[in-house]
Design a protein around this ligand. Structure first.
Ligand code: PLP
Length: 478
């Protein structure tokens, strides 16, 4: 029997790797097997296409290409130019952006590029001007001192971590929380929704240089038109980090006031979450910030990763196909079916539902911490992650929430009926898990009690649910 192209490609790749370090080849094979078997509900994960994966495994990985298309600090970058230009063109067309910078290695990098572009554009700092690219060697000690003084204490207003914002939006343990004098806006305690009047109030009082919107764990749409009006009123640069929902923007599920691109001065994203590309980041902006954004390398980034830019070009080309819009709509339909299924069974959800790709279960309703719930679900073949809920009494480590998302299962082909069945499995596990105690009898926030027979039964049911939806059906590793 002749093998299809995908099976031949991956089998051959593993054979070549196995000849050098068989344990790596085995681990790669085992990862596919694990992913095929688990009910993956991690909201930030997905399954990239074979073409996207294969575009990363080649000799582009060997190239240094600091600089930008046609203007490199290294010779011999003509082929890197081709893939970088293609990725940027697809990104511009897909999102309707004037400029796309596709070099960031990750979402964090994309945000740092954006922060520095905004600082360079907005802060009147002779030292900063010198620090840009070719003049960096001219900086004296006094310049560095001035740079730190001029740039430190710039103000950023972003969504708080426990309301669903991201670490890079000014949270203390992240560099953004150290670089900026930061303040955060939360959500309304009664509804769990962003209260735009409160955001405006905070902005008027704090007068941020940067207003950030975007989230990792907020299950609702954000009105970017209103956020832009707030930014304009106080003279802030409006930045949106659409890392989580870029696929919904690309698939035209989020349009009008909910599409960040026409409203924000600058938009950052990852390429590997709902967008379903390779791991990486990207920045979109208008012509005003384009030049500063293109200085991302070497200001913030090391050499770009040409093999990943090649994969970005492939994934963005896929996202421009008509079936991507169907996929994006199904992500939201599935999240809503999952939320409805959970609510009908009595779960407590932050904001009472969802209108994007994720659902945040407040597991205090089951008498559990997020840590206990996450592990009990994992024992039962359901992969999720714990997450803070607004005003979380259990902090960021134990948490009181479980975040679940539908991009990966949607890519796999599961639909609303399977989401209802998934809700049943989750509810079943969580209602039958009880908090455990420490050896001295005190209550533990980590330990839990779950009958292993039930965990096994649910694992079996989860696998059964997946049997009709094979992952990478064209890939047979033999
Ligand atoms: N921004 C948001 C909103 C995110 O959710 C994440 C990742 O979780 C990031 C940025 C960082 O992405 P990366 O892990 O690629 O650095």
């Amino acid at each position: 029997m002749s093998l299809n192209a995908e099976s031949t490609a991956f089998r051959s790749a593993l054979e070549v790797i196995r000849a050098v370090e068989p344990r790596v080849a085995d681990a790669i094979g085992a990862e596919l097997a694990d992913q095929r078997e688990s009910l993956k509900l991690i909201a930030s994960e997905n399954y990239a296409s074979p073409a996207t994966l294969l575009a990363m495994g080649n000799w582009f990985s060997d190239k240094y290409a600091e600089g930008t298309v046609g203007r490199r600090f290294y010779a011999g970058c003509q082929n890197v130019d081709t893939v970088e230009a293609l990725a940027a063109e697809h990104a511009r067309e897909l999102f309707g952006a004037a400029h796309a910078y596709v070099q960031p290695h990750s979402g964090i990098d994309a945000n740092l590029v954006a922060f520095w572009a905004i600082l360079a554009d907005r802060v009147e700092s002779p030292a900063l001007k010198k620090a840009q690219v070719r003049q960096v060697n001219e900086l004296t000690e006094a310049d560095w001192f001035a740079l730190r003084r001029e740039l430190g204490n710039q103000r950023m207003l972003g969504m708080s971590l426990d309301a669903g914002g991201h670490l890079t939006h000014g949270f203390r343990p992240n560099i953004s929380g150290k670089m900026f004098d930061q303040r955060s806006y939360g959500t309304d305690p009664a509804t769990g929704l962003v209260d735009y009047d409160k955001v405006a109030e905070a902005a008027r009082e704090f007068k941020p240089l940067i207003l950030v919107a975007g989230y990792s764990a907020y299950p609702r749409k954000v009105n970017f038109r209103i956020m832009r009006e707030i930014a304009d009123e106080v003279g802030a640069t409006f930045m949106v980090d659409m890392a989580h929902f870029a696929g919904l923007v690309a698939g035209k599920v989020f349009t009008g006031d909910f599409d960040p691109v026409p409203h924000a001065h600058i938009v950052t994203t990852t390429t590997h979450k709902s967008l379903r590309g390779p791991r990486g980041g990207m920045v979109l902006c208008g012509p005003e910030l384009a030049d500063q954004v293109d200085r991302g390398c070497p200001m913030v980034l090391g050499g770009p990763l040409p093999h990943v830019m090649a994969a970005k070009a492939v994934a963005l080309a896929e996202a421009r196909r008509p079936d991507f819009a169907d996929y994006a709509q199904r992500i939201v339909d599935n999240a809503q079916a999952l939320a409805d299924g959970l609510l009908r069974r009595g779960a407590k959800l932050v904001t009472g539902g969802t209108d994007n790709h994720l659902v945040l279960i407040d597991v205090s309703g089951y008498g559990l911490t997020g840590r206990q719930a996450e592990q009990a679900l994992l024992d039962s073949g359901i992969v999720t992650n714990r997450n803070s809920v607004p005003q979380d009494p259990n902090g960021a480590w134990y948490t009181s929430g479980i975040r679940i998302g539908t991009p990966a299962l949607t890519s796999r082909g599961l639909g609303t009926a399977e989401m209802d069945a998934t809700a049943e499995l989750i509810h079943n596990v969580l209602t039958q898990t009880t908090p455990g105690s420490n050896p001295d009898g005190t209550p533990s926030k980590a330990k839990y009690v779950l009958d292993p027979a039930l965990a096994d039964k649910v694992s079996g049911q989860a696998s059964e649910l997946l049997t009709g939806f094979p992952l990478y059906p064209a890939v047979d590793l033999g």
